[in-house]
Design a protein around this ligand. Structure first.
Ligand code: PMP
Length: 458
């Protein structure tokens, strides 16, 4: 287990802030919310306690509020969920309409929102995709993709064709299959199984120039005694969540060709990368490649729990009627939320806004890095996704300064989730895609102040 770093729950009065977009006038966390924090501490596993102790009371657009009326510019989107903005009126209206005039649950009995959503998602994905299976969480989508790839491998290549390849540093969820496919050894300690048919290979890292050639991928398989023909699937986050790193495009294109030649499925895990986050509808589109399968979640619905596996009928239809289902697959309320969120992303041109605001975001962070090279080792990402990597002079990730930066931001009206990535050295900025220039600049200035203040404290 990694060492826990916790935010302080003791209410503290800081600077009073009142701007057009931020308001912090009380001690934080607000004393009235201590009961909620205490109940969570008393009854939940400690694993749920890592975030800044602000009790979210309501959220609108790119802002989040507590019950005392303190207001934050949201740089978290929850956790890359509120792509279409928090609680847009259209989403609220669709949910109310569904509750008042439709079903709120139908198991696998057909419902209209489910039909509309699978149609919409298949068309949006294009390429090889002609089927969509709806689920509830990102982890579930990953589990299902792994199952389908292995089922496909067995059907086409027999029992030995069951190897799933993933990348070092990858995060695909916290369930069994998803963690077998994950590339963070500490997270899979609990599994304790050998010869599972999961193998991780080095990430092709453009920043260091290491393993960027496709030959390195093949060499890594060989050194792990994996026959290329035994690979049934390669799963990859379209950018690595822990560090915001992207893959080199030539690598991706060679991977696509190799996967076709070996009848292995290229699975794009778009759970956090999808729906406009990096300035394209799907992040794999930056690489100009067509995945065989796409896992979606988070930003798909703007807030309700729904995920999707998109793929092709040659493997999506291997299971017979009733054999691949889930109680809440195509849940009508969640499907309505997803349809509305997708409509908003298109109508409000949020993918374009992510691209444009992303230019501003990255220009700002590039300058910030240039004046802080001693502590910020890299700023990765595209569109409204930025991962800022903090390092100690020794080169190790600095998980302490990141805590101070996040704490400062939250206390000054900019909502960020806890640091993550190797050694907790990464802070991510990913506001709802509805953010506009003024609040983005204001929030970024707070971030720059936070870096300055955290260095002084160091
Ligand atoms: N894949 C990726 C790339 C993710 O970032 C996550 C969640 N952070 C998951 C899968 C798992 O999603 P969930 O938490 O909804 O199970």
């Amino acid at each position: 287990m990694t060492e826990a770093r916790m935010f302080d729950n003791t209410p503290r009065q800081g600077e009073i802030i009142k701007t057009r977009y931020r308001k912090i006038t009380t001690p934080l966390p607000h004393p009235d919310t201590l009961g909620v924090l205490a109940a969570l501490k008393a009854w939940e596993p400690v694993s749920m306690s890592g975030q800044p102790p602000i009790v979210w009371d309501r959220a609108q657009g790119f802002q989040v509020y507590d019950a005392a009326g303190n207001c934050w510019i949201d740089f978290s989107s929850g956790v890359l969920v509120a792509n279409c903005g928090h609680n847009p009126p259209e989403l609220k209206a669709a949910l109310i309409d569904q509750i008042e005039n439709g079903v709120i649950f139908s198991y696998c009995f057909p419902n209209r929102p489910r039909a509309e959503l699978v149609t919409k998602l298949v068309k949006l994905a294009g390429g090889r995709i002609d089927r969509c299976f709806l689920l509830t969480t990102g982890g579930e989508a990953v589990e299902n993709a792994i199952k389908l790839a292995r089922t496909w491998g067995k059907a086409t290549g027999g029992n030995s064709k069951r190897v799933i390849v993933s990348f070092e540093g990858a995060f695909h969820g916290r369930t069994l299959g998803a963690q077998l496919a994950g590339g963070i050894p500490a997270l899979k300690d609990w599994i304790g199984m050998e010869n599972t048919g999961f193998v991780t290979v080095p990430f092709p890292d453009e920043a260091t120039g290491k393993n960027v050639h496709f030959a390195d991928f093949l060499a890594a398989l060989a050194s792990r005694n994996i026959a290329e023909a035994d690979v049934c699937g390669v799963i990859m986050e379209s950018y690595q969540g822990g560090t915001g790193r992207f893959y080199p495009q030539p690598f991706m294109q060679e991977l696509r060709r190799w996967a076709d030649a070996h009848d292995a499925l290229y699975i794009a895990d778009e759970v956090q990368a999808g729906f406009g986050r990096t300035g394209r509808m799907f992040t794999f589109q930056h690489y100009d490649v067509e995945p065989d399968m796409i896992c979606c979640g988070k930003g798909l619905s703007g807030g309700l729990p729904i995920s999707a596996v998109l793929g092709n009928s040659r493997f999506m239809s291997l299971y017979k009627p009733g054999e691949m289902t889930s109680t809440h697959s195509g849940h009508p309320l969640c499907a309505r939320a997803a349809l509305t969120s997708l409509q908003l992303i298109e109508e409000k041109r949020l993918v374009e806004n992510s691209r444009n605001m992303g230019l501003l975001l990255h220009e700002f962070l590039k300058k910030l890095r240039e004046s802080n090279t001693g502590i910020i080792s890299a700023v990765n990402g595209r569109g409204l996704l930025a991962a800022i990597l903090f390092r100690r002079p020794t080169g190790e990730p600095d998980g302490e300064i990141t805590m101070r930066v996040v704490d400062y931001c939250v206390r000054h009206g900019v909502m960020l989730y806890a640091p993550l990535g190797p050694g907790g050295g990464t802070v991510k900025i990913n506001p709802p895609l509805v953010i506009t220039e003024e609040p983005l600049r204001e929030g970024l200035q707070v971030f720059a102040d936070a870096v300055q203040a955290s260095r002084i404290l160091a």
